[in-house]
Design a protein around this ligand. Structure first.
Ligand code: PMT
Length: 398
């Protein structure tokens, strides 16, 4: 997915050039091959040696250097799966928008057929200037993707918009840029995380779900071009880029959010660990300790069963977290709740289920099929589930 991909990183002359070193390090750590092109101004801010050491490749800058001519057989314009400009100054954005090719970076940017991700960073007066905004709008029309700068203290000590976006956001944009958009046209609703069922203002019943499985599904579906709504119970994970995010706490809130957004969805994937029960009484004040406490619980609505009952043409995928008889229990839920697929994960298998970055799953279908997917990263697991969803949505359409 990411390992083995190739990025050409253009670094231009702004104070945020030092952050491009961290971007290089993060990409290389993910197994990406990075070649760096620096403008002359960038070299005033940071030494080429930094990028050479971090990328493990020579750094290119001069169009007419021997180095560049020596490697011409692998042209830089053709090398990258994605070209990134970080930081992108007003100057390079202006050159890109007007087709100026007067140094190595601007020439390669014009010559490449690879997707381009530009990450502006500059003073806020420059960034909000009409000319810069027009240039950005023009480049967007030509397919250049922008990772918008953030708000905060700028190098000039003023506060404003113009700080280079977070490295994690830039990496996400790069990974999205080389991903085939095979889910374009799909409207996928994903639920993730635990629910919280309160019984007084400070206490609640919950479970161990971190949200990782559901967030991975939302991330990969968005990368693959789907419109994604992520309805999440409490989680500390960052909101995936490019998704519509709805934060909920209890099962009842999750149900309301889901029913509100059901219209227009082509697939629903319920990775959330929804509490089956909630305290029957919610005390308005904190319950004092005085001996044993008995909580009366009442059933929460079975959200997936409700959707299954009025599924129409949508693809409905549930999860099953089981501690015994994984396949039998999962199959019973699949049939009873009218799902198209159920993803079974085993509570007792190491590397599967709650909290970890990996999962081990079995995908069951109503025809009796069982696809076994061995231990892998939740992002890869998400892709395997989405591959199955894609087949089903296509089949339902035809
Ligand atoms: O979040 P992570 O830490 O990454 O962990 C991932 C996970 C283990 C939570 C995930 O992989 C998973 O298995 N989620 C479903 C867990 C679960 O609640 O299983 P269940 O067998 O209780 O529920 C079956 C299905 O019905 C689920 O799709 C669930 O979302 C849905 N459900 C359950 C109860 C309820 N009241 N309404 C529902 O819609």
């Amino acid at each position: 997915m990411t390992e083995g991909k190739r990025v050409v990183l253009g670094v231009t002359g702004g104070i945020a050039a030092y952050k491009a070193a961290e971007l290089t390090r993060v990409l290389v750590k993910k197994g990406v091959f990075v070649k760096v092109i620096m403008t002359g101004h960038a070299k005033e801010f940071i030494s080429p040696l930094t990028f050479q050491v971090l990328s493990g490749n020579p750094v290119f800058s001069d169009m007419f250097s021997q180095e560049y001519y020596d490697m011409n057989h692998i042209s830089l314009a053709e090398y990258g799966d994605v070209m990134v400009v970080a930081p992108a100054t007003a100057n390079i954005i202006g050159k890109m928008a007007t087709g100026i090719a007067d140094d190595l970076l601007s020439t390669v940017l014009l010559a490449t057929k690879a997707p381009i991700v530009a990450c502006p960073a500059m003073n806020d007066n420059m960034y909000t200037h009409g000319v810069v905004q027009e240039n950005i709008a023009k480049l967007k029309k030509h397919g250049v993707q922008f990772v918008a700068p953030g708000y905060g203290e700028l190098a000039c000590k003023l506060e404003g918009v113009g700080r280079l976006a977070d490295i994690a956001d830039i990496v996400e944009a790069i990974e999205a840029a080389w991903t085939e958009k095979d889910l374009r046209g799909e409207h996928i609703l994903v639920t993730a995380g635990p629910t919280r069922e309160p019984f007084d203002p400070v206490r609640f019943i919950t479970n161990y779900s971190s949200g990782k499985m559901g967030y991975a599904l939302a991330t990969m579906a968005a990368r693959r071009g789907a419109e994604v709504i992520l309805i999440s119970g409490p989680s500390s994970l960052p909101v995936p880029r490019g998704v519509t995010f709805i934060s909920v706490a209890s099962a009842l809130e999750m149900r309301d959010a889901l029913m509100t957004h059901l219209e227009g969805t082509t697939a629903i994937i319920k990775a959330a660990a929804v509490a089956d029960y909630r305290p029957a009484v919610l005390s308005e004040s904190k319950i004092k300790k005085k001996g044993p406490l008995t909580l009366q619980l009442e059933r929460n609505p079975d959200i997936i069963a409700e959707i299954g009952a009025k599924k129409e043409n949508r693809v409905l995928v549930g999860f099953a977290m089981e501690s015994e008889d994984l396949v039998e229990n999962a199959r019973a839920k699949l049939i009873a709740k009218n799902m198209d697929l159920i993803v079974a994960n085993d509570l007792h298998q190491s590397g599967a289920g709650f909290q970890c970055d990996t999962n081990i799953i079995k995908i069951l279908d109503p025809q009796g099929g069982v696809e076994e997917i061995p231990l892998m990263d939740k992002m890869d697991i998400a892709n395997r589930i989405l591959d199955r969803v894609k087949i089903l949505t296509n089949a339902k359409r035809s």
